[in-house]
Design a protein around this ligand. Structure first.
Ligand SMILES: Nc1c(C(=O)O)ncn1[C@@H]1O[C@H](COP(=O)(O)O)[C@@H](O)[C@H]1O
Length: 160
């Protein structure tokens, strides 16, 4: 059963959001993938947020670009933690997305990642670290990831 809801505002966000998907899969975390725009599908977004926890999701990763209200509106409709991924935009390089996601009013937090690909990958890792508090297998997968990453960094220095 899916633990993570991976939501994006448009299919055009997928090249970035697939990095989150790949990282979740690599860590053995089941997710469901949805395209739901707060602007274009407001009723669907509200229902998705309201039903997310009762359907068994434990966390939501939401990516959107430009006037990126999606993560904040999901957070407004659920008590699950929402991790926001600002998609890099052509007009403003994703600074628009970042500011739209990060500047939430006090009371409705969104855990905001970096702009673009690194943010998407880190969203999955952050999700894994949160879920890993209650799930030893996921915590072990994160530990293995960190060990491999350290080894790769050490090897790259030796080849330098
Ligand atoms: N920011 C939002 C929302 C939202 O926040 O509800 N819905 C779509 N979008 C964003 O619009 C950008 C362009 O979308 P299109 O490529 O479909 O025109 C995407 O990055 C999407 O996340």
């Amino acid at each position: 059963m899916a633990k993570v809801g991976l939501v994006m505002g448009s299919i055009s966000d997928w090249p970035t959001m697939q990095l989150a998907a790949q990282q979740l899969t690599a860590l053995g975390i089941d997710y469901e993938r949805r395209v739901i725009s707060a602007h274009r599908m407001p009723a669907t977004l509200q229902t998705y947020g309201e039903q997310a926890a009762e359907r068994g999701l434990q966390l939501i990763i939401a990516g959107a670009g430009g006037a990126a209200h999606l993560p904040g509106m999901l957070a407004a409709n659920t008590l699950l933690p929402v991790i926001g991924v600002p998609i890099k935009t052509r007009a403003l390089n994703g600074v628009d997305s970042l500011l739209s996601i990060v500047q939430m009013p006090a009371g409705v937090p969104v855990a905001t990642m970096a702009i673009g690909d690194a943010g998407a990958k880190n969203a999955a890792l952050m999700a894994a670290q949160i879920l890993g508090l209650q799930d030893e297998k996921i915590q072990q997968a994160v530990l293995n990831f960190r060990q491999r990453q350290r080894q790769e960094a050490e090897q790259s220095e030796q080849q330098f």
